[in-house]
Design a protein around this ligand. Sequence first.
Ligand code: GLU
Length: 393
Amino acid sequence: MQRLSAHTRACALSPLARASCLIPERMAYPNRIVVKVGTNVLTAGADKVHRPTIVALAQQIAAVRSQGVEIVLVSSGAIAVGRERLNFPARRRDIPLKQMLAAVGQSRLMHLYEQIFELYGITVAQTLLTRGDLADRNRYLNARNTLLACLMHNVLPIVNENDVVAVSEIRVGDNDNLSALVTNLVDADLLLILTDIDGLYTADPRRDPSATRIDLVPEITEHIYAIAGGSNIRGTGGMLTKIQAADLATRSGAEVVIARGAERDVIARVVAGEAIGTRFPAQATNVESRKRWILAETVRHSRVVVDEGAARALMTGGKSLLPAGVVAVEGDFARGQTVRIYATDGREIARGITQYAAVDLRRIRGLQSSQIAETLGFDYGPEAVHRDDMVLL
Ligand code: GLU
């Protein structure tokens, strides 16, 4: 009820939203969400990390998780905590200094999270990433597997950019864009960006009193980028990086909401579908987007031939490909690359991201998955190509 009236209200008020009244109300209740908190939220606008804010965040995350929603938290704040510890007053800009502050602050930030989430019985895991990690398919797969393992074991991953090693070419640069990459990495269906303003405005509300909040952005156009570029909120990422993040995440199949972090129970309310902040509907399903990504870079001369039983299991049983079903491996490919999967009659039946490099797959083909570790000396899991990483042709 509330959802419908909020949407109707949005359509009545905003010309942008009005154009979109044909858009479905919103996605179904999300199963997996990424929550991004910026430094400005954690410091509540002051110079130090505001402990009660972290407590409120933990409380909300615990409540939403108890409803069965999986959460990945992307948190900034390392530099702020490092600055606080070393008593660095000036907002200096040189990169090595910021990296040093992040190195000091990251462990302390995690310590804070650990202590506070512990009160709610939640175990946290530090996950530091760079763009370099996510651009390389092998490392992308490793990061994905780690995050999914955390979720499967009820551990809360807390992601930040690995500032210590991240310099220009491998830097994501801001946690807004990082949170969109993480949304894509774990196939989340909602990205909630929490910041110090309650959404995207038609102009900077601090300079222009006639500025109004946009409730719904059906499509991220040049005009939206232009408005975002004009507003200048504090922090590494202004509104512009949030729009870039929303653009990326909506195209990977997630809904995005930008809202004010200090809003009471904001996480639960957004998850419940209440119209808070600015909402950007998903532009594709995450299955479609993942398929596109899987197919984007197929290794040309790769050929993984599977026996009849495996071909049937893939095509009609919705199963993963196990090494036991592989009869031949041709070509040279690395773990994380997309390979072509063929039936013995020469038909290409699927493509998927391989968990094992060609050299390793040759050694384990035909074997039971329980024999992988003893044969290779390591084990990336029982599947050669996981179901979720596969597109049937
Ligand atoms: N990684 C930085 C930090 O933790 C923040 C980057 C950002 O907020 O965009 O302090």
